[in-house]
Design a protein around this ligand. Structure first.
Ligand SMILES: [Zn+2]
Length: 453
């Protein structure tokens, strides 16, 4: 992971120089001049931190209890919806988004579940991703809606994105379950909204935007989803290098293969950003991140920001015919004096600079985020615990929406149930795709839970 580490190393160098003034953010002292080049991989906290907790994935039953029901309906399709930077099964040169070198989809199928893996725009907006998810499940070509396309200046349809459909018979009597990691949870919730109600401005385009499809999604389960956004995506200046590093890390982790030949598609044909024949991955990656899509709000950075997520939540609301479930991941521990949250040593090197609490004059990281979002949403210490990229408080029901801890009770459509927290797993660990942890047990438990709902 040479490429993404270079800028991070510089950042960490600055941080280590400033470690002396970390204990009191309100009264900073000038950084001392220090030209040492030896920089630890992770800055050493100047205060003791609480012992990190580590969850045993074999015990990750929702609510902490093994499902009571033996009548699992494994025929309801479970659709895995990836997050930011994710990719499909025909990309990544054998590295699975869901499982890494292992294969969560194949494992669940071997257990008798009907499982499919969606492949959506990795840096596209939730709107575009929801339109793509609809076409992939039902079959047909992607239609982003005429009014939406005109507003944002991209093509309405993409004839390269046409699908046979995972489940062409999909309707209210034959519903699906959606399990979204990270941004995939937001995408799943938006799809439910469009299925239920359509969209007034785009109704003339028909299809998904005509609505009237309540009950087509039985349950949405969000895993590590920024349901209220992440301050890490509040500004493009921060978000774009972060996205780029994340995707470079995926490319670099594909064994000893040449990252230049990384099989990866940004799925941005609607913006005219297809990968040219023979184009290297680096050139393609750079072209996408230098492109004009970032001037629009129709892209992932805005949707993942706290303000963008708040706008999405206002629009999406909650369906009365779908059950909502959420899991949190956490990979930080509080400092015993400051209460700031420090990344655990196991946190991925791409994530820990985002999670780290920084002292003045650096901008605070997630571990000691303060101030307000550009739109005025305030951050207090309840935003500090995080999984490297998303604060824990954002991983459950959107701010202002009701939710209940799941303890084995009967669940009802329209309800939101918090299933638990996986400790010692960062945002990417829970997919298994960069840290190569075996996450099969976690997804087996979730598939069983959804099949019993
Ligand atoms: Zn769009």
């Amino acid at each position: 992971m040479t490429a993404p580490r270079l800028p991070l190393t510089l950042l960490l160098a600055v941080t280590s120089l400033l470690s002396a003034c970390r204990s009191d953010p309100a009264a900073p002292t000038p950084a001392r001049t220090d030209t040492r080049l030896s920089v630890p991989a992770t800055p050493t906290p100047t205060e003791a931190t609480a012992t990190p907790k580590l969850t045993d994935l074999t015990a990750t039953y929702p609510g902490g209890t093994q499902p009571r029901t033996l009548a699992l309906d494994k025929s309801v399709p479970l659709i895995l919806v990836h997050g930011l930077g994710g990719w499909g099964r025909d990309e990544g040169l054998g590295l699975r988004y869901w499982g890494g070198l292992l294969d969560v989809q194949a494992d669940l199928r071997a257990q008798g579940y009907t499982v499919y893996t969606a492949s959506l725009g990795p840096v596209s907006s939730n709107w575009d991703r929801a339109a793509e998810l609809y076409a992939q499940i039902r079959g047909g070509c992607v239609d982003y809606g005429a009014a939406h396309a005109q507003t944002h200046g991209h093509a309405q349809k993409d004839t390269k994105k046409c699908y046979a459909g995972f489940y062409p018979g999909w309707d209210a009597t034959r519903p699906v379950n959606l399990l979204g990691h990270s941004m995939g949870g937001q995408t799943a919730r938006l799809l439910v909204k469009l299925l239920d109600d359509g969209d007034a401005a785009n109704r003339a385009s028909g299809g998904l935007f005509s609505g009237g499809r309540a009950g087509w999604v039985r349950s949405v389960m969000t895993v590590s989803s920024p349901n209220s956004g992440s301050p890490a995506a509040d500004t493009l200046q921060d978000a774009i290098p972060m996205f780029k590093n994340l995707i470079l890390a995926f490319a670099s982790s594909v064994g000893g293969l040449d990252p230049e030949n990384f099989v990866y598609d940004f799925d941005l044909n609607q913006w005219g950003l297809s990968r040219a024949a023979g184009e290297s991955f680096t050139s393609y990656n750079t072209r996408v991140f230098n492109s004009g899509i970032w001037k629009s709000r129709d892209q992932a950075a805005y949707d993942l920001s706290v303000d963008g997520s708040a706008a999405l939540n206002t629009y999406v609301g909650r369906s009365r015919t779908t059950k909502y479930f959420s899991w949190e991941t956490n990979a930080t521990s509080p400092g015993l004096l400051s209460g700031w949250h420090y990344p655990n040593l196991t946190m991925n090197a791409v994530l820990s600079p985002i999670a780290y609490p920084y002292a003045w004059p650096l901008k605070p990281g997630l571990g000691n985020i303060g101030g307000r979002s550009p739109g005025g949403i305030g951050y207090d210490s309840s935003w500090w615990a995080n999984d490297g990229i998303v604060p824990n408080r954002s991983m459950n029901a959107p701010l202002g929406q009701s939710s209940a801890a799941y303890t084995g009770q009967l669940t009802a459509p329209g309800g939101w149930y918090r299933l638990g927290r996986v400790d010692g797993y960062d945002h990417i660990d829970i997919t298994g795709n960069l840290s190569f942890r075996d996450v099969k047990a976690f997804y087996r438990h979730q598939a069983a839970f959804l099949a019993g709902q």
